[in-house]
Design a protein around this ligand. Structure first.
Ligand SMILES: [Zn+2]
Length: 175
């Protein structure tokens, strides 16, 4: 397990954007150690795509897409289940941290600081972490779908069950 090769992992973010370059690849989900922290061991693969873009105003963008299936523990029934994750985000690449401040308009595009040695794998990982459900759970837990056998009300229901009576008798008594 080595992750992306250095030459593919570290890219010139601005060069990539200016050239309108498209990169794609596949990685084991287990390579994303920050993502996997606290999770059950992951066997899934991540398919990722990054598209560079440069507009007339001189702004650089990266569109990141990634798909994977994570194995998560349902917080309701504590069983493991497969959760498909889908990343699709367009980010503006800026030169410095200072450019990250200022424009706080809610519809403003997310910004990241680019560099000539920009860690693509870390970017993909950040985006995967963002789509990881905070409280993972089944839409419908398997255990909840099992019908509990319903006791048909019969004449017996009107009388106390012999077991209920027994239960009362069995209360802890003084020795
Ligand atoms: Zn569940």
């Amino acid at each position: 397990m080595q992750g992306l090769d250095a030459e593919k992992r570290f890219v010139d973010a601005f060069g990539l954007a200016r050239a309108g370059q498209y990169l794609s690849g596949e990685l084991a989900l287990a390579e994303f150690t920050r993502f996997c922290e606290g999770l059950t061991p992951q066997a899934g693969r991540v398919q990722w795509q990054v598209q560079g873009e440069y507009n007339a105003a001189g702004q650089a963008f990266l569109t990141v897409q990634a798909q994977t299936i994570a194995v998560l523990e349902c917080q309701r029934c504590l069983r493991l289940f497969e959760q498909p994750l889908q990343v699709s985000n367009r980010l503006e690449v800026v030169r410095s941290d200072r450019s990250l401040e200022g424009d706080d308009a809610p519809d403003a595009v997310e910004r990241i600081v680019g560099s000539s040695r920009f860690d693509l794998q870390a970017l993909i990982e950040d985006e995967l972490i963002l789509v990881l459900p905070y409280v993972p759970r089944h839409e419908v837990c398997p255990s909840k779908t099992v019908e509990t056998p319903r006791v048909e009300p019969t004449e017996n229901a009107k009388r106390p069950s012999p077991f209920a009576v027994l239960g009362k008798l069995k209360k802890p008594s003084a020795p």
